[in-house]
Design a protein around this ligand. Structure first.
Ligand code: PLP
Length: 413
């Protein structure tokens, strides 16, 4: 008899998002719409390889020095220093002080995982670490932090009544959270709600995090998608760092460079200012290197080389900025369009939130029954929490979507 049997290996539930993607693929209806996956689609509903990425790929291909050698454990240096500057700012004091430790990771997921592994191993105190994540959040936060040994708690975030941020309850929860908890904060374009705190609200969050000595862990998967401006979208992270917090950041280039499958990301640990800050950053780096070596040995090279080419060349960088504006502008336009069409129809509900939410997603507030009906009757696929990836809509399918939502909301109020 083997060591592993049906009795010892239970069936795990399929990841709901990937199940949805599979159901969509298997659906043969000609008008089906995929609003599940958080990936940008162009006006024709097709994946968009950014022209700047194609240019960078051409440069790599033409470069006689290009090869497929292993990267160092930390990753590609030119990519890492540019990724730091992009997130922290070119004049970042933390970078000048040498108190930032950065590792290239397997996209944003790998960065969150590396950070979680580090914190769970080195947090002070001998109790199990506690992490607070927003309710709702990217579902993988639950899995990553559970698997790395955290007690996972939620803080209120979304108000179903106002369809906006529930900031008072969020702050109250963080005030009563065990001192020194890790708090996951999405830097911008919150997934799944599309609702970000205002600068004033971020300042209030900072105060509570400081008061309770929590550890801020920024997850930044959408820099450039909220406002179309890379600098503006990094405001919250930079504000915390300027306030002297120690914190860490998971950074992804999946969405903003459209490098989804190439798995390009970075993890940054920023030590608080102090005389031993740069020595501490170095030590943290030495531990992260062991973890990275055990997990992936060294990160994938190709996507990082593309990102590095774009980030380190002025001309390519400004082309990228324009292309980001195209993507975020299209999403804003679609939101506006859904809102005005539903309003013109008199579809039951208040649709103002569609134009105040930002980024790739909109949190519709549709009920489970309505979501199921949209899938079964209309072949429109969205996640069970009512999130739609706005990028899945375009002039070719928008009318069909509006017809469907109007029908379902009237039939199943
Ligand atoms: C909030 C958040 N964090 C992290 C990620 C990780 O994405 P990736 O691993 O593709 O970079 C995502 C992707 O959807 C996300 O929405």
């Amino acid at each position: 008899m083997g060591s592993f049997t049906l009795a010892t290996v239970p069936v795990a539930t399929e990841d709901p998002l990937y199940r949805l993607m599979r159901e969509y693929r298997e659906d043969s209806h000609e008008k089906k719409i995929d609003l599940g996956i958080g990936a940008y689609r162009d006006e024709d509903g097709k994946p968009w390889v950014l022209p700047v990425v194609k240019r960078a790929e051409d440069l790599l291909r033409e470069n006689p020095q290009s090869n497929h050698e292993y990267l160092p454990i930390r990753g590609l240096d030119t990519f890492l220093s540019a990724a730091q500057r992009l997130m922290l700012g070119i004049e970042s004091k933390a970078i000048c002080d040498n108190r930032v430790c950065s590792f290239q990771t397997v996209s944003g997921t790998g960065a969150v995982h590396l950070g979680a592994t580090f914190i769970s191993r080195f947090h002070s105190g001998n109790v199990q670490p506690t992490v607070f994540i927003s309710d709702p959040t990217w579902p993988n936060h639950h899995q990553i932090f559970t698997q790395t040994g955290f007690v996972v708690e939620k803080y209120p975030y979304y108000s179903a009544t106002s369809k906006g941020l529930n900031v008072e309850d969020m702050l109250q929860c963080l005030r009563t959270a065990p001192r020194g908890s890790t708090v996951i904060l999405q830097g911008c374009a919150h997934n799944p709600t599309g609702i970000d705190p205002s600068q004033e609200e971020w300042k209030r969050i900072t105060e509570v995090v400081r008061e309770r000595e929590h550890f801020p862990f920024f997850d930044c998967a959408y820099q450039g998608f909220a406002s179309g401006d890379l600098e503006q979208d990094a405001w919250a992270c930079r504000y915390f760092i300027e306030q002297g917090f120690e914190c860490c950041i998971a950074q992804s280039f999946a969405k903003n460079l459209g490098l989804y499958g190439e798995r390009v990301g970075a993890f940054h640990f920023i030590c608080a200012p102090g005389s031993d800050a740069s020595e501490l950053a170095e030590r943290i780096g030495s531990q992260l290197a062991i973890m990275q070596r055990a997990e992936i040995s060294n990160p994938p090279a190709y996507g990082a080389q593309i990102a590095s080419a774009v980030l380190n060349d002025n001309e390519l960088f400004s082309q990228w900025q324009s292309e980001l504006k195209i993507m975020s502008g299209r999403l804003t336009g679609i939101r506006q369009e859904i809102k005005s069409q539903l309003e013109v129809r008199g579809t039951p509900g208040n649709w103002g939130f569609l134009s105040t939410q930002v980024g790739m997603f909109s949190y519709t507030g549709l009920s489970r029954r309505q979501i199921l009906e949209l899938k079964e009757k209309w072949h429109i696929y969205m996640t069970e929490n009512g999130r739609i990836s706005v990028a899945g809509l375009n002039p070719g399918n928008l009318q069909y979507f509006i017809d469907a939502v109007d029908d379902v909301l009237r039939a199943l109020p």
